[in-house]
Design a protein around this ligand. Structure first.
Ligand code: GLN
Length: 488
């Protein structure tokens, strides 16, 4: 099975395409066939357009034959989380609200991938409007974890991680507001990278919490993540929060840096609630870096205990504002029962949004309302500054931080029915979003029961190349990436 095309990394497939050992059409057909064989069980896709994918692949083969291949992503099938616009294709955010919506234009990341020659392959399930940590909040039903079909793939980008792990795409994109790339990557045994706030354009991404959202890649290897990041990063005049900076050659940089690095272990990230097998795997990874000559230092991020509260004030406030646009008038679901204009708003929103989205809108509206704004929202903004300061203080002594990505491995579907229990899944990932930092999750082993475990590396602003290099040194010394879930 490991020889199957759909389990190969981009870099290897690139060589096969280059030497014409396989064509993009053959590769794309292999991915489509695999998807048809397993997605009835994994349920990672919300939609795909086979004919369109084959046509893109055929165009790629024509370019290559003409000597016009555009780089490492030429002819490679990539899946996108269903919150990223692809012109002419459905875009649902896994919500009933947008069940019949078709994107009028490409997101900047989509346009960039197309420009790099990639084959855009299908839209992947997620928690409704990216709110959740298990993909169980999708209006279209949950995606499951390919390593154990009774368990969740993580979330909110669970379709992106599960599809990749199951061989239904060669790489995917997700979005990360509080951990939605790193946590599902950890739970599905793949690499997931959340870029520095501002590195990747969000134009064409359905907004959840605008001061936190970032798009980033899921990939089989660190090198593939570098290739993907390089393709999507860079300034975009269409996103006012996108940063003006040159995009480095991440792939070359990740190979060039060899360490040793000064690595910080935040003591607050190893407390109650951390699964012992996850802890042990991360401890082994720390020992590995120490053996490589890295300086390992315990550091403190004293405001960690406020991350969850701060996040759930800021994220819900921004979500309540962003989701006001789904009014049943301009686009999206419109209630058939409505009698007048006001009734359209009420009934369309009541019918279109699921329970978690409604909970967030209510919370967010509350913390922004007059009298409560100062007590909650403004206060949370101040605590957010303290949280960022914690990280920047730590970076005076260390180059990066090492932590578990998720406190627990993949849990059973339906196991965490209390919203707070699910919110606690993000305990190690949300601080990064509040601080606007880059971070990635790289596979670091399996539990005795065969569930993947992820190691999180948190870097300094715009130090993605360094992070990729650190992850690569670890990855190359282990063979976790060569293991694939068995889906008979
Ligand atoms: N699980 C977090 C939430 O529910 C983060 C989601 C995300 O990063 N999109 O808000």
């Amino acid at each position: 099975m490991a020889d199957e095309l759909f389990f190969k990394p981009i870099a290897e497939l690139g060589a096969l395409l280059e030497t014409k050992a396989v064509s993009s059409v053959e590769l794309t057909r292999a991915v489509i066939a695999r998807t048809k064989a397993v997605d009835g069980r994994v349920r990672a896709f919300n939609s795909y357009d086979e004919a369109d994918a084959i046509a893109q692949a055929a165009a790629s083969d024509v370019r290559r034959a003409a000597g016009q291949a555009r780089g490492p992503l030429e002819g490679i099938p990539i899946g996108l989380k269903d919150v990223i616009s692809v012109a002419g294709q459905p875009l649902t955010a896994s919500s009933k609200m947008l069940a019949n919506f078709v994107s009028p234009y490409d997101a900047t990341v989509t346009a960039k991938l197309k420009g790099a020659g990639a084959v855009i392959w299908g839209r992947l399930n997620c928690d409704e409007f990216a709110m959740g940590s298990s993909t169980e909040n999708s209006a279209f039903g949950p995606t499951v974890n390919p390593w154990d079909l009774t368990r969740v793939p993580g979330g909110s980008s669970g379709g992106s991680s599960a599809a990749l792990a199951a061989g239904e795409a060669i790489a995917t994109l997700g979005s990360d507001t509080g951990g939605s790339i790193r946590q599902p990557a950890a739970l599905c045994g793949v690499v997931g990278l959340k870029p520095t706030y501002g590195l990747v354009s969000r134009y064409g991404l359905i907004a959840f919490a605008s001061s936190l959202d970032q798009i980033g890649p899921f990939a089989r290897t660190v090198e593939d993540a570098a290739i993907m990041l390089e393709a999507i990063a860079g300034h975009d005049p269409l996103d006012s929060t996108s940063f003006k900076a040159d995009v480095p050659d991440y792939r070359a940089e990740a190979k060039r840096h060899q360490g040793p690095w000064r690595l910080g272990i935040p003591k607050e990230y190893f407390g109650a609630g951390l699964d012992p097998e996850v802890n042990a795997a991360v401890e082994r990874a720390i020992a590995f870096y120490r053996a490589q000559g890295c300086e390992i230092k315990e550091v403190s991020l004293p405001h960690t205990q406020y991350c969850l509260d701060t996040y759930y004030i800021i994220a819900t406030a921004e979500a309540s504002s962003n989701l006001a646009r789904y009014d049943g008038i301009r686009y999206g679901h419109r209630s058939k029962e409505a009698k007048d204009a006001v009734d359209i708003y009420f009934k369309s929103r009541a019918e279109g949004f699921g329970p978690e989205v409604k909970r967030r809108i209510i919370l967010g509206t509350y913390v922004l309302s007059s009298g409560y704004y100062d007590a909650f929202y403004l206060r949370a903004q101040k605590v957010r500054t303290l949280i960022r300061q914690d990280f920047l203080n730590a970076y005076r002594e260390v180059d990066a931080l090492l932590t578990p990505t998720s406190p627990v491995p993949a849990f059973k579907l339906g196991e965490k029915s209390d919203p707070l229990a699910l919110y606690l899944c993000d305990i190690y990932t949300i601080g990064v979003n509040l601080a606007g930092l880059p971070a990635l999750s790289v596979p670091c082993g399996f539990t005795a029961g065969g569930l993947p475990i992820g190691l999180q590396l948190i870097g300094q602003p715009f130090a993605e190349a360094n992070l990729l290099a650190m992850a690569r040194v670890y990855e190359q010394a282990h063979d976790w990436r060569l293991k694939h879930p068995v889906l008979p």
